[in-house]
Design a protein around this ligand. Structure first.
Ligand code: AMP
Length: 441
């Protein structure tokens, strides 16, 4: 498209103006059927575990995120910040925990407050497969209790979700980041070790070494990995309380058969974590984009945001990432279209009311039913029925109408029978197997 003044004098939009922005994507049927299936599985599982749906705004006052992530790329470099027309500084949600903790502080629900969410997250990242500027997360937060049994519940909720989707090739790594008692001493030990090896580290890690040495443990540059492999480990510096907590989490996971590995360098990307952290990584994906989800405890976050002391734990799972892992493992395929019945009109406008009434009856009694629009030929309508995965076609023909009947065609066998119009809805209910339908959807 050419740039330049449009006939009305308005500037013409560029060719890209009507495409989804870089790093974002549309989710269309039938692929969106996988999204729906994934979300339904998660919602059912979280509900079974006693978690209720929480919805927070897509944007918050910028302080909600700034307080929690001053040292992290997600907040420092990648956040979509803007000023609204009232001059307020706002930011699109880059992560899920801070808004939920903000809501907890604002509404003071009775603890433990157990909630799940599905939300879009915005990060100005270098867009590539598996890394987007708008991605979507399924997550939970459980706030108000520091019982290690809750860590076990939260971790097992995520683990069983992956399994329920059909994934088998993933690993769960866990670690403890200590707390305000033991972490400062460890950070000093880590800093002095890293200082001694500063010339072996990448530039990024060198610049983080003083303010945020934990981040260096997260660096994937091979030279940094070589240095941090030999670095002092936080697990060796845990105070008695953190050690007891971490051991209880491990024992709890063992007790319910949740396989896990201890990964002493797992620090995660956000500042607020304390004690338990965990991450699920797919073994079917390349290591740069293999994180399916992760989370941890954030026992000080509510206080840091001006609320009462309220320990908490949660996780976020990337929907797009999980779907890529599903592709790699060949599970959760895109559902094939399916309908119980498709009404085909072989008469034309004079049968309009009859078609509409029958379709309404089918739908309102719980059948999955559709029709064509726009006066198309019987052949074209039947083709649409086939494309829509219709189990039966209900044909309204002139001869049948005169007899007060309809023709019902079994689209699998091709057999056709005549059924009185007054009995056709019951006939379909009798002939359709809901388990077959559920398996197809
Ligand atoms: P985080 O909030 O960074 O802990 O991310 C939680 C999960 O969200 C990750 O494990 C990924 O599965 C997913 N995720 C994070 N960032 C992105 C992104 N830019 N694009 C797609 N998925 C992402």
């Amino acid at each position: 498209m050419q740039e330049g003044p449009a006939p009305e004098g308005k500037p013409q939009p560029s060719a890209d103006a009507y495409r989804a922005p870089v790093g974002t994507h549309d989710v269309l049927p039938p692929e969106s059927g996988r999204w729906a299936a994934l979300v339904a599985k998660f919602a059912a599982r979280a509900t079974r575990f006693g978690y209720g749906l929480v919805m927070t705004p897509a944007y918050e006052h910028i302080e909600v995120f700034q307080r929690v992530g001053e040292g992290t790329d997600v907040v420092r470099k990648e956040m979509y910040e803007f000023e609204d027309k009232g001059g307020r500084r706002l930011a699109l949600r880059p992560e899920g925990t801070a808004p939920v903790v903000r809501a907890y502080i604002q509404h003071r629900p009775t603890p433990p407050w157990k909630v799940w969410y599905l939300s879009p997250h915005f990060r100005h990242e270098k867009a590539q497969r598996g890394r987007y500027r708008q991605h979507h997360q399924l997550g939970v937060e459980a706030i108000g209790v520091d019982d290690p049994a809750l860590d076990v519940e939260v971790i097992s909720l995520a683990q069983g979700f992956f399994t329920s989707v059909g994934l088998t090739r993933f690993r769960l790594a866990i670690n403890s980041l200590g707390d305000g008692q033991c972490r400062p001493g460890y950070l000093e030990a880590l800093r002095s070790y890293l200082r001694a090896h500063a010339d072996e580290l990448c530039e990024d890690s060198r610049s983080r070494l003083e303010a945020n040495p934990l981040r260096v443990l997260d660096c994937k540059v091979p030279a940094c990995v070589a240095v941090t492999e030999r670095a002092p480990q936080l697990l060796e510096h845990l105070c008695a309380d953190c050690k007891t907590h971490f051991e209880a989490v491990q024992a709890g996971l063992d007790a319910i058969g949740v396989t896990h590995e201890i990964e002493p360098r797992l620090v995660r990307g956000l500042d607020y974590y304390t004690r338990t952290t965990f991450e699920f990584a797919s073994e079917a994906l390349e290591s740069a984009q293999n994180a399916l989800g992760g989370g941890g405890r954030y026992d000080r976050l509510a206080e840091e945001m001006g609320g009462p002391p309220s320990p908490g734990i949660g996780f976020g799972i990337g929907i797009e990432r999980v779907l890529i892992a599903c592709d790699a493992e060949g599970v959760l395929s895109t559902p094939k279209p399916y309908l119980d019945a498709y009404v085909v009109d072989a008469v034309g406008p004079e049968a309009g009311a009859e078609v509409a009434a029958l379709l309404a009856e089918l739908r309102e009694t719980g059948l999955f039913a559709d029709r064509a629009y726009g006066g198309r030929s019987v052949k074209a309508q039947t083709k649409s029925a086939d494309r829509a995965g219709a189990r039966y076609v209900v044909l309204i023909g002139r001869a049948e109408m005169e007899k007060g009947a309809v023709a019902v065609r079994d689209m699998e066998s091709g057999e056709q029978v005549e059924v009185p119009r007054s009995r056709v809805v019951g006939w379909l209910h009798d002939h359709i197997d809901p388990t077959h339908r559920d398996a197809r959807r």
